[in-house]
Design a protein around this ligand. Sequence first.
Ligand SMILES: Nc1nc2c(c(=O)[nH]1)N[C@@H](CNc1ccc(C(=O)N[C@@H](CCC(=O)N[C@@H](CCC(=O)N[C@@H](CCC(=O)O)C(=O)O)C(=O)O)C(=O)O)cc1)CN2
Ligand code: MET
Ligand SMILES: [Zn+2]
Length: 757
Amino acid sequence: MKITTTATLGFPRMGPNRELKFALEKHWKGSLSEVDLIKVSEDVETMGWKLQKEAGIDLITVGDMYLYDCVLFWIESLGIVPHRFENLAAGTTRMFSMARGVDGAEALSMKKWITSNYHYMVPEFDKSSKIAPDFSSFISSVERGVGVLGAECAIPVVLGPVSICFFARIVDDALTTHELIALLIPVYKTLLQKVADLGVKEIQIHEPAIVLEEVGLIASLKTVYPAILPKGPKINFVTAMDDVGKANYDWLISESNGLNILSMDFTRGNTLGLIEKRGFPSSKMLGAGLVDARNVWKVDPGKVLPLTDKLKSLGIEFRVQPSTSLQYTPWDLDREMQLDNHPAAQVLSFAKQKLDELVLLAQAISGEKSALDTHTAAWTTFHSAHTGSTLTKERIKHLKETDFRRPEPYKQRRPKQLVGVPLLPTTTIGSFPQTSEIRRLRWEWKKGRLTNEAYERAMDQHIAYCIGIQEAIGIDILVHGEPERTDMVEFFGQQMEGILFSEHGWVQSFGSRCVRPPIIWSDIQRPKAMTVREFKVAQDLTSKPVKGMLTGPITILNWSFPRVDVSRKEQAYQLALAIRDEVADLESAGCKVIQVDEPALREGMPLRTAQKEEYLTWSVDAFRLATAVAASETQIHTHMCYCEFNDCMEAIDRLDTDVNSIENARSDNATLEAFQRVGYEKGFGPGLYDIHSPVVPPIDIMYEKLSSFLKVLDVEHTVVNPDCGLKTRGWPETILALKHMVAAAHNVRRNLGIETQ
Ligand SMILES: Nc1nc2c(c(=O)[nH]1)N[C@@H](CNc1ccc(C(=O)N[C@@H](CCC(=O)N[C@@H](CCC(=O)N[C@@H](CCC(=O)O)C(=O)O)C(=O)O)C(=O)O)cc1)CN2
Ligand code: MET
Ligand SMILES: [Zn+2]
C-alpha cells in the first residue's frame, strides 16, 4: 500500500539556541555584518531542513526563512515602500528600517497574526508607494533549498497577493484594494513563473487572510487566481488557524480555480463539517492539517484516527500536514532535561517531535496499525496518573453569582477610592526598563551563583530606584516596576501549580523578541502569594499609593499552551481563582489600587461571529471572578494594548473595572468616541504617548493630546499614563518622557482651574 505523503508548512526560524535572535541583535548594534547575519540564518534553515529530511518528511518548505517577519519580507521583495522610507536603497537594511524605524521615520505598525501572539508588520501603501519588485533574494533562497533538498522535495512558499492586500493599510485613499490587486496581478504572474522555471514540482501559496471574515475577499480571490497561476508545478493553496467559512470554501473547491491541493486546518474551527456538508472534489487533493502546530501536546490517536477514517470513507485523497507552520512551537523537547521525570513529559511534543508524529500518523493511515501504539499508551498512562486538584474543582463547583460581582456598582464605589489623589492622576502601566544588569542578576541567580536572599535584595534596590524616580518626577499612582519578572505571563505561571516551564522553549513573538509560553498541564493552584512581598517593599518606601500589578486570567491562558483535556473556560476560571486570591492578599497588605492586565483578551476571540459571544461571556466572567473580590474602596484597573477594540467594547465595559488604560497610538479620538457610543462611563487612561519609540514627544504635544482626550472624556474619570509598559525602553528616555507627561498633566489641570500654583 502506498504510504501517505507528509508535508510541512514552515519551521521555527530562531534556531535551537535562538541563534537568529542573537545574530539580529548583534547586527543591529553594528557588531555583525549582513553577510554574517545571513550565514547564521542559512545555518539555522539548514538545521531545520536536515531535521525534516531525517524524520522522513516528503515535502519540505523553502524560501520561508524570513529574517524578521514573513509579511515584512514580502513588503520588501515587492518594494511596497511608504513615502518616509523612499530614499533608502532596496535590501535588508531598508527592510529592517521599515520594521524598527529610523530617525525621522517611524516604523511600520505591528499587528497580531490572526489569533496568535506572533506579530506581523503591516504593509503601508501611500500616494508615493509603488510596486517595485525585486525577487532575487527569494529566488536565490529557493535555489539554495532546491540544491540542498532536491526538486522533488523542496516546496517554495509564497505569501499570496490577496493576503498582502487585506493586511495592507492604505493611507490617504492612495488607491482602492481593487486597484492594489490589479497592480499585484502581473507581478505575481511573473514571480510564480520564475519559481516554476526552477523546476519545483509544487508551490505553496499561503493566504492566511482567507480565514478572516473580510468583505470583498472572495471577489479578490476570483479575480486574482485565474490570472496568476504558472504552468508546470502543482499549486498548494494553504490556509490555517480556523476553517475558511462557507463562502470561501465553495470557491476553494470549485473545479475551475486552478488549485491542485487545498491545505486546511483540522485543529481549529470546523473544517470537517464544511467537507461533510459541501463535499470535496476528486480532482483536488486535501492537505490535512492534523497535527496541531500551535500547541505542544502529542497527537492523540483516539481523536485523530476517527477523523482520518472519516476522510477515507468520503473517498478523499489527502496528505498529512501540521495545522500551520511549526513556528508557533519551540524547537526541540529533547533538550528539556528538567522535564524528564515529569508525568506530562510523555505526552509533550515540540517542533522536532511533531515531524516524527507526521510520519507515524501517515504510516498509521497507510495501514500500519501499530505505528501510533506508543502514543496511545502514553496518553493512557498520563490520564490514569493525573487526577488534578480536588480543591480547585470544588471551588469552581461552588461559585455563586455574587463571586462575579463587585459589592457596589461603579458610581457608588468610585467616590470611596483613592481619596486625596488629584484629578487627572498620573500613573504608568507597570514595568520600568529591564536593564541588562537586571537580566544578568537573574541569570546568576538561576545558575545558583546568587542566593535567593541576594537576588531579592538586588531586586529591592531596583524597586527602590523606581519608587525614587517616580516620586522625584511627581507621579501620583506609583508602581514597583516589575524588575523581578522575566515576562508578565511566565512570572505568574512559574508560581502556580499545574503549569510547566521549558528552559529553551522559545517562540518568536516579533522580530528578535521571543517568549517561552507556559504549559498548562493540570488544575491550577496558587500555593502562596506571588506579588505581595514586592508590593510591600515598594509601598513601605512611599506615602503615595502603589498600584499592585497582576496579569489577568485570559492573558495567562491565551499566552500559554493550554490543556486539551478540559475547556478553555474551565482553565480561565481556575486561573481567575488564583488571581482572585492574589487580589485579596494585596488588599490585605494595604494595596489601594490593583491593575489586572488583559492585553490578550481580544486575541483569544474566535473569528466566527457565532462563537464570539460565547468566548466573550466566559472570558469577561473569568476576569470578574478574578477582581470582584475587591472592596469598593479598592480601585481596579486593567490595561489592554495593540488590539482592535471595536468589536469587543461592550465586553470591555462588562469587565466592570474602575479604570481601563488602553493603548491609543492612533492620534485621533475614534476609539474613545466609540467607547462612549457603547455607553462606557467608567475610568479611562488612554495612552498619552507611544512607548515603542525612543523618540520623546515634547510637553506641548502631550498637552494637546491630553486636552483632546478631554473633549471626549470626563475629567473626573480620566487617568494620565503612557500607552504600555516601559520594559523595552532605556532609563534616560523613560525619565524624560514621564517628566513631560507629568508636566502636561499639570498644565491641563491649571488650565481647567483644578490646580492653582
Ligand atoms: N508573553 C508575552 N507576550 C507578549 C508581550 C509580553 O510582554 N509577554 N508583549 C507584546 C509584545 N511581545 C513581546 C514578546 C517578548 C518580549 C521580550 O522582551 N522578550 C525577551 C525575553 C524576555 C525574557 O524572558 N528574558 C529573560 C532572559 C532569558 C534569557 O535570554 N536568558 C539568557 C541569558 C541571560 C542574558 O544574557 O540575557 C539565556 O537563556 O541564554 C529574563 O528576563 O531573565 C527577548 O526576546 O529578549 C517583548 C514583547 C505581546 N505579546
Ligand atoms: C503587554 S501589556 C504590558 C503590561 C505590563 N504591566 C507592563 O507594564 O509591562
Ligand atoms: Zn501593554
